[in-house]
Ligand binder design. Structure first.
Ligand code: SAH
Ligand code: SF4
Length: 355
């Protein structure tokens, strides 16, 4: 059975080509063909000798994702794919374009073990971790689809299915690979990693000197409420989480944001907003307020405009920068885990569908 070429680092590719008695520069040519020219077929590598192309094709697959569903939102700004994985399981990738930015939202796990009650992915449980190659391949897929229409991917957000810090090695290996200037070459400031808030992993991220932007999914400002919405909070309470966030920002020149899904009557009171102001004192973080995307497994509803504005005004008065963001692509189930859930229900279209 063929191996997946995106599972190999540059060092591993070099080793393979050296073992085939190829000159050292062939690895660089292969690397830039895969990651910079975004090739999908070894036959397209015209710089490589025919014999080597044949050997590569006999040994490696470029594809490691099987596209099952593709959808585009009515306004044309969001495109979403559901991919099948080797050995079963599915993940979603979403491409969003507004203004001059083209952002891909990628998954790191099939399902998730964290069990946040309002999250479609959490409601599935964890099937398995994605490999570094499967994570990289989602970004390249989106980049290729943009290239086909003369566009260019500008940003990556790790906010799809799964908890990136529960699959730390593969996620960070993928992000390192994507930053290689001799390959895909995306800048570190154009990458955001969103975590449910595992304090020991935030510390590790800080200690390893990472400079990707970090988003922490807070959703509640008291342990009592957060325990109910984000069950992992019972193991890692807020004080510990905020401590780890302080360590991260102390590292200097790092950007932290907090995510807050606004749920009607649950976490959208002025009192929670005031407690949030106090909790994030001195962190210099930005708060993203996202009205809940309703999911089948949770009865909560999204906060209305008025209550969202009231919540925001408490943060404004408290000097905490914040933005109310409407999740784009809601009509194609672009909320985390929702396309997968729909496909399982048999409602998804097999081909690109404007709905
Ligand atoms: N596991 C990571 C990243 C994936 S979830 C994390 O939790 O941060 C990405 C973001 O979507 C998180 O902020 C998460 O809380 C939020 N989210 C999940 N389900 C949602 C929903 N139904 N409505 C709004 N936001 C949701
Ligand atoms: Fe997992 Fe994030 Fe969903 Fe929580 S919100 S269940 S951590 S994917």
């Amino acid at each position: 059975m063929s191996q997946k070429i995106f599972e190999l680092s540059l060092a591993e590719l070099r080793q393979q080509l050296a073992a085939w008695q190829q000159p050292a520069y062939r690895a660089a040519q292969l690397w830039s063909g895969l990651y910079s020219d975004l090739r999908t077929n070894f036959e397209e590598f015209s710089v490589l000798p025919r014999g080597l192309r044949t050997q590569l094709a006999a040994t490696y697959d470029i594809d490691c994702l099987q596209m099952k569903v593709e959808r585009e939102s009515k306004d044309g700004h969001t495109r979403k794919w559901l991919f099948g994985l080797a050995g079963g399981g599915e993940v979603e990738t979403v491409l969003m374009g507004y203004d001059e930015r083209m952002t891909v939202c990628i998954s790191t796990q099939a399902g998730c073990a964290m069990g946040c009650v309002f999250c479609a992915t959490g409601q599935m449980g964890l099937l398995r971790n994605l490999t570094a190659g499967e994570i990289v391949a989602q970004v390249l897929w989106a980049a290729r689809s943009l290239k086909a229409v003369g566009g260019r991917l500008t940003n990556v957000v790790v906010m799809g299915m799964g908890e990136p810090f529960h699959n730390y090695e593969a996620t960070l290996a993928a992000l390192d690979r994507l930053q290689d200037p001799a390959g895909f070459g995306i800048g570190v400031r154009r990458i955001t990693v969103s975590t449910v808030g595992l304090p020991h992993m935030i510390r590790r991220f800080a200690q390893e000197g990472r400079h990707e932007k970090l988003a922490v999914s807070l959703h509640a400002a008291t342990d009592e409420l957060r325990n109910r919405l984000v069950p992992i909070n019972k193991r890692y309470p807020l004080a510990e989480l905020i401590d780890a966030c302080r360590e991260y920002v102390r590292g200097g020149n790092r950007r932290l944001s907090m995510e807050w899904a606004l749920i009607d009557g649950k976490n959208d009171s002025a009192e929670q907003a005031q407690l949030l102001v106090e909790l994030v004192q001195g962190l210099g973080c930005h708060v993203n307020l996202i009205p809940l995307n309703p999911t089948g497994g949770y009865a909560g509803l999204r906060t209305g405009r008025e209550a969202a504005d009231r919540f925001k005004s408490v943060l404004d008065t408290g000097g905490v920068a914040c933005t109310i963001r409407v999740r784009r692509g809601i009509d194609i189930g672009a909320g985390c885990g929702q396309l997968r859930t729909k496909a399982a229900g048999g409602k998804a279209q097999p081909q690109l569908a404007s709905i």
